[in-house]
Design a protein around this ligand. Structure first.
Ligand code: G3H
Ligand code: 13P
Ligand code: ZN
Length: 322
């Protein structure tokens, strides 16, 4: 089937109590690892491209890689989405250039300005059959372009959501409820220890989510910053010459709980990066004389695939839903 928008995916996910995985793509091996897992598990998927990915790999290469996945993975719906579109021009370039969904992230701007920019993107995108994700609240964490400290982050305000959605016409809404971008979340100092002495990060604000759902019944909610920072890959990186700091990601049970509610899209990127980097580092330590990129990218792609399979089955609940 051709590339799809997220409209149908989100409706089924909302009604079915699961979420669609939105995974960032930057090169062929990442596209293949993700989509092979989704094809085998019969899971709908959103492949998303950031501003940084477009700068790194080039818009056309990424679109063509995703189109190749669409041809190879015949049984699953695939949407191509712009992640964290910074402005109208970038969103327009992606609408014009084959994407089926764009995010305008004006969450760092004052509320009225966020509405104004988002509405402009929605008008253009809808005229071209493309759907729009917008954002309220500010996530902590580190992305290519933005660093937001925990103190500068803020939860979404439930009392703003109805006005925002009705005035912008956006199709889905990313909200800040305590998730955080990157692989450095959360530091041990931000966590508490449970009775078994295990570090537990600050819990997601399900009360904020519930309040938003009450005000926007049936409306698809998106969670960014939802990597769980798998400790086996952090260890693999550090055992093989890396220096990743101790970090505790978003507990997978909390994401599973969110996926059962109005959360229809969950963004996971850093976990795949950790899997790829750990695998490549370990490979080079075991094979210091190898130099063919196919040799080390092959196990990296295979581990991305297995990690995505795990997310589809155990976290998102979207396996078998294509
Ligand atoms: O939230 C952002 C994604 O993880 C993409 O990151 O801007 O480094 O491509 P990036
Ligand atoms: P992570 O850094 O937690 O993987 O979040 C990715 C994300 O939100 C992409 O938009
Ligand atoms: Zn994000």
């Amino acid at each position: 089937m051709p590339l799809v928008t997220t409209t149908e995916m989100f409706k089924k996910a909302y009604d079915g109590g699961y979420a669609i995985g939105a995974f960032n793509v930057n090169n062929m091996e990442i596209v293949q690892g993700i989509t092979e897992a989704c094809q085998e598990e019969k899971a709908p998927v959103i492949l998303q491209v950031s501003k940084g990915a477009r700068a790194y790999a080039n818009h056309t290469y990424l679109v063509k890689l995703v189109e190749a996945a669409v041809i190879e993975c015949k049984d699953i719906p695939i949407a191509l989405h712009l992640d964290h579109g910074p402005d109208f021009e970038t969103c327009k370039a992606c609408v014009d250039g084959g994407f089926t969904s764009v995010m305008i992230d004006a969450s760092g701007k004052p509320f009225a300005e966020n509405i104004e920019i988002t509405r402009k993107v929605v008008e253009y995108a809808h005229d071209h059959g493309v759907v729009v994700e917008a954002e309220l609240g500010t996530l902590a964490g580190v992305e290519d372009e933005v660093k937001v400290s925990a103190k500068d982050s803020s939860y979404a305000h439930p009392e703003e959501v109805e006005e925002f959605v009705s005035k912008t016409g956006c199709d889905s809404l990313a909200i800040a409820i305590g998730t955080s971008h990157g692989a450095y979340k959360f530091t041990p100092a931000q966590c508490t220890r449970n009775e078994k002495g295990i570090l537990v990060p600050p819990p997601l604000r399900f009360d904020v989510l519930d309040e938003i759902v009450k005000r926007l019944p049936g409306f698809p909610i998106v969670l960014h910053g939802s990597s769980s920072v798998p400790q086996n890959y952090v260890k693999m990186i550090n055992d093989n010459g890396g220096k990743m700091p101790d970090a505790v990601g978003i507990p997978e049970e909390q994401l599973r709980k969110a996926a059962r509610s109005a959360v229809c899209k969950i963004n996971i990127d850093s976990d795949l990066r950790l899997a790829m980097t750990g695998t490549i580092r370990a490979y080079f330590n075991e094979h210091p004389d190898h130099f063919d990129p196919r040799q080390y990218l092959k196990p990296a792609r295979a581990n991305i695939k297995e990690l995505v399979r795990h997310k589809l089955i155990d976290v998102l609940g979207c396996a078998g839903k294509a």
